[in-house]
Design a protein around this ligand. Structure first.
Ligand code: FPP
Length: 236
C-alpha cells in the first residue's frame, strides 16, 4: 500500500496547536490536550502500521512549567492516564516506550510509572516510541557535557576522545538514530528547543492543521513530500 512512498526510519513530531483548537471551539485549553492525546494514540498506531521504526513526540518541554498551574497539573495527569491506558496496547503491539527529558522536578509517582512502562515494554521490537516529557534540547546538551566531563574526571577518556559519536551517545536519545523527518503542526516554523543536536540534517514538514485535527491522511501527505526531498547531507 505504501510502496511508492519513503517511510522515514525516525519520525519526530512537535504536536502544536491544542490550545488554539480548544479556543476556536470555545472550550478550555485542557480539552485541546485531551483531544491531542487521542490523536497521539491514533498516530502511534498509524506509524507502527506504516513501518516507522522510531517515533518521537514532544509532549512537555522544560519551558512548559511556565504555563498556568492548572494546565501543567492537567498535562501531568494526562501522562499518568496515558501510561495506564496504553500499557496493554503497547505490550501487545510490541512498541517499546521510553521517555526522554529530565526526571528532575517530576514527582516520584510519575517517575515510577514512567520507569514501570519503560521496563514492561522494553522488549518491543516493532517500534521505539519516545515521549519527550520535561524535555529541553539545551538541557539535554548540558547534561551530556556533564556526563562527558565526568568520564574525563574519572580518567575513563581523554579530551581528544570527544567526537560527534561520543556526544550523540551521551544524549537522552542514545541508541536512537537522528530523525529524518520532523513534523510540526499548527503552521509554526520553529524548533522550540526540540532535538537540537539530532535535527542537524532533518527534513521539516509544517502542517497547517492544529494537532487535534491531525490525521493519517496528513501523515501520508508528509511522507509523500518527504519522499520527494533530495537529502544531500552537505554533499552535492
Ligand atoms: C502544544 O500545544 C502542546 C502541548 C504543550 C502538549 C502536547 C500534549 C499532547 C498532544 C497530549 C499527549 C500528552 C501526553 C502527556 C501523552 P499548545 O498548548 O502550545 O497549543 P497553542 O500553541 O495553540 O496554545
Amino acid at each position: 500500500m505504501f510502496d511508492d512512498i519513503v517511510i522515514p526510519k525516525h519520525l519526530a513530531i512537535i504536536m502544536d496547536g491544542n490550545g488554539r483548537w480548544a479556543k476556536k471551539r470555545g472550550e478550555l485549553r485542557i480539552n485541546g490536550h485531551k483531544e491531542g492525546m487521542l490523536v497521539l494514540k491514533r498516530t502511534v498506531e498509524s506509524c507502527k502500521n506504516m513501518g516507522v521504526d522510531y517515533l518521537t513526540v514532544y509532549a512537555f518541554s522544560t519551558e512548559n512549567w511556565k504555563r498556568p498551574k492548572i494546565e501543567v497539573a492537567f498535562l501531568l495527569k494526562l501522562l499518568k492516564y496515558y501510561i495506564n491506558s496504553e500499557l496493554d496496547y503497547l505490550k501487545e503491539n510490541k512498541v517499546a516506550l521510553r521517555f526522554i527529558g529530565t526526571r528532575q522536578g517530576l514527582d516520584k509517582k510519575i517517575v515510577s510509572m514512567m520507569e514501570m512502562i519503560e521496563k514492561e515494554t522494553s522488549t518491543g521490537t516493532e517500534m521505539v516510541f519516545s515521549i519527550a516529557f520535561n524535555y529541553g534540547g539545551r538541557m539535554e546538551i548540558a547534561d551530556s557535557f556533564k556526563e562527558i566531563a565526568k568520564l574525563i574526571q574519572d580518567g575513563d577518556i581523554q579530551i581528544e576522545d570527544i567526537n560527534e559519536d561520543l556526544i550523540s551517545n551521551s544524549l537522552y536519545t542514545k541508541n536512537i538514530p537522528d530523525p529524518e523527518l520532523i513534523i510540526r503542526t499548527s503552521g509554526e516554523f520553529r524548533i522550540s528547543n526540540f532535538l537540537l543536536w539530532q535535527s542537524a540534517y532533518s527534513e521539516y514538514y509544517i502542517s497547517d492543521l492544529l494537532w487535534p485535527d491531525f490525521n493519517e491522511e496528513e501523515l501520508i501527505k508528509a511522507f509523500k513530500i518527504f519522499s520527494t526531498r533530495n537529502r544531500r547531507f552537505g554533499g552535492i
